[in-house]
Design a protein around this ligand. Sequence first.
Ligand code: PLP
Ligand code: ZN
Length: 413
Amino acid sequence: MTHLLSCPVCQSTFPDTGELACPHGHKALLRAIYPEKKLILRDEPGLFRYAGWLPVTEIPFTRSGPVTFRSEGFAREAGLSNLWIGFTGYAPERGAYVPTCSFKELEAWPTLIRHRETGGGTIVLASAGNTGRAFAEVARETGDPVLIVVPVRSLERIWTTEPAKDITLIGVEGDYADAIAVADRIASLPGYRPEGGAKNVARRDGMGTVFLDAATTIGRIPDQYFQAVGSGTGAIAAWEASLRLIGDGKYGKTLPGLHLAQNLPFIPLVSAWQAGRREIIPAIDMPHPEEAIAAVEADVLTNRTPPYAITGGLFDALRACGGAMYGITNRDAARAGALFDETEGIDPDPAAAVACAALLRAVESGAVAEDDCILLNITGGGYRSVSERYPVKPEEIIRPAELPVCITEKNHA
Ligand SMILES: *Cc1c(COP(=O)(O)O)cnc(C)c1O
Ligand SMILES: [Zn+2]
């Protein structure tokens, strides 16, 4: 038996043939429904330990996966007695082998396998850096064709740990929004398929393995969950993983509070949620986006079109779980990140440093209790321990209005 997909609007369920949306046209995030209602761990070294709740059939071999450990040093500094770190990155001394150093790799693995199992074609994605690097590395391992579009200033972030062939990297002279527009145009051409972002169940359930790893390590669903968010996909994944764990019955009955942080001054999700609104109103929630985005240190958090209002999206996750949103300055993030590094010995991604700062803020304000069971999702880090880096060479650099020549030629042939 394999998994099905279900639409939260019309409740219809259907076999997974790679859909990113309800065939009846409903605007909602589809969910995967797994035949195993209890989590059965596979004997795998990485994230495919949780393959029972991943939308794939084949299980590739990889050590890449999340790790969970109890915090001592950072917990002491924060004044917490039951703090757990969910870490995705590179720290062999912690058993963490994610060479591209972010939880985007947890999305890339099941997404590429599901893509191949549901018809294949070249998968197309836009990235500001971490997603592109993760998909490049995993595609290098699996041999699946990918086309990655990034703004030129992110080109240097796309590297692999061994030289990569068959990865098409396109640089766009513009920002992340321009890269998304180019990727959308390419993905509509024959032979190409969009990766789908938050709409892809493989991406969400891949990210959800951080939460599964935490719950199985701790023995229960944590009371509180902290994460830095750009799209909110990781937080939606934590909510969905919690629902499945509650269904299992062994991990508790209560959803975790979601404590989510963005990097000031670009904080559309914080702004809309604090106003109690389901809709993001650009003029109110993200005025002067170009300048605000340029001022943000953790630029992987600067998504302009997050899956917030959509049914089954971040607003619904926050409403179901309860919680809070935090706007964090570059300065507070840098300080909290340095404290995490000093106390836990891992250099956090700038985005993960934002989550560290949110946790310190929440303790100070009394939003969490000293003995709460808390999961801090360190979504990336360990960069300084990765020695092998082979830059992926861009095939072409184009303007936002253009299409790459390598693609237009193929379509005319
Ligand atoms: C992408 C990313 C995030 C934000 O995740 P979302 O699911 O898009 O909200 C946080 N931290 C790191 C390191 C990331 O790469
Ligand atoms: Zn539907």
